[in-house]
Design a binder for this molecule. Structure first.
Ligand code: ADP
Ligand code: MG
Length: 235
């Protein structure tokens, strides 16, 4: 929203693994409700950037501010609590517990948050419904298609109404038709909910659904192409 502080503000992020400089000074602002696509070659630092923004890792230098709170100085237990309360995550593979039904997978975060079972089931069913999975609620992950399994993972990430959804190649394991369907379903929901999204993608069509593309090369941001610029490029 105009004039409001960015929901995420990163300044001077540096992260080194051994000899590898994964991040070499990244500044990035993300606005509330914005959908940002992070693109760039393999190994360029995209996942490391996402992990730093989400407080999964702490940068060697630089700061990450989320909702006006500097999170890059927090210890892991506090960052873990923040991630649980405010963030949802979707990854490329292997996110669902294989012995639980689709519905039970989605209820987990609600049950962990202390919600009553009946309420958790009602909420989770509604999210599966919104993702076109009403008929698959009782199936095990192994019985689902790749696209259906990703939808369940998306439902589980959104059921807690996260402030920010972080997605690392959420459709990277899918064929292009399934990828398109999963992505449009996810983005329809986050637009309805006003959820801020930071998603890594290799698919240029994916980026077309974003408000803004951010390109990472060699641990730095390169000039970003902005289909609909919502933020100014300078602080
Ligand atoms: P991308 O997501 O763009 O493919 P990453 O952020 O995963 O890139 O990795 C950036 C660079 O940092 C790569 O050279 C990668 O090998 C290295 N790297 C990432 N994570 C680790 C780690 N935990 N240990 C060692 N090297 C890592
Ligand atoms: Mg990656």
């Amino acid at each position: 929203a105009g004039g409001a502080a960015p929901i995420i503000q990163a300044r001077g992020l540096v992260k080194t693994f051994g000899q590898t400089q994964a991040l070499r000074g990244i500044d990035l602002d993300i606005d509330r409700g914005e959908v940002v696509a992070i693109m760039g070659p393999s190994g360029s630092g995209k996942s490391t950037l996402l992990h730093a923004l989400a407080g999964v890792i702490v940068p060697d230098a630089g700061t990450v501010t989320v909702d006006s709170r500097v999170i890059s100085v927090l210890r892991e237990p506090e960052r873990a609590a923040l991630r649980l309360r405010k963030f949802g995550f979707v990854f490329q593979f292997g996110q669902l517990l294989p012995d639980l039904t689709a519905l039970d997978n989605v209820t987990i975060p609600l049950l962990l948050a202390g919600r009553k079972r009946a309420d958790a089931i009602r909420q989770s069913s509604a999210w599966l419904d919104r993702l076109g999975l009403a008929g698959e609620a009782r199936q095990l992950p192994g019985e689902l298609s790749g696209g259906q399994a990703q939808r369940v993972a998306i439902a589980r990430a959104l059921v807690m109404k996260p402030m920010v959804l972080f997605a690392d190649e959420p459709t990277g394991s899918l064929d292009s038709l399934a990828a398109e369907n999963v992505l449009t379903a996810m983005l329809d929901l986050v637009r309805e909910e006003g959820t801020t999204v930071v998603m890594i993608t290799h698919d240029p069509r994916t980026a077309a659904y974003a408000d803004r593309e951010v390109i990472v090369r060699d641990g730095q941001l390169s000039a970003a192409h902005a289909p609909q610029t919502l933020t100014s490029a300078t602080p």
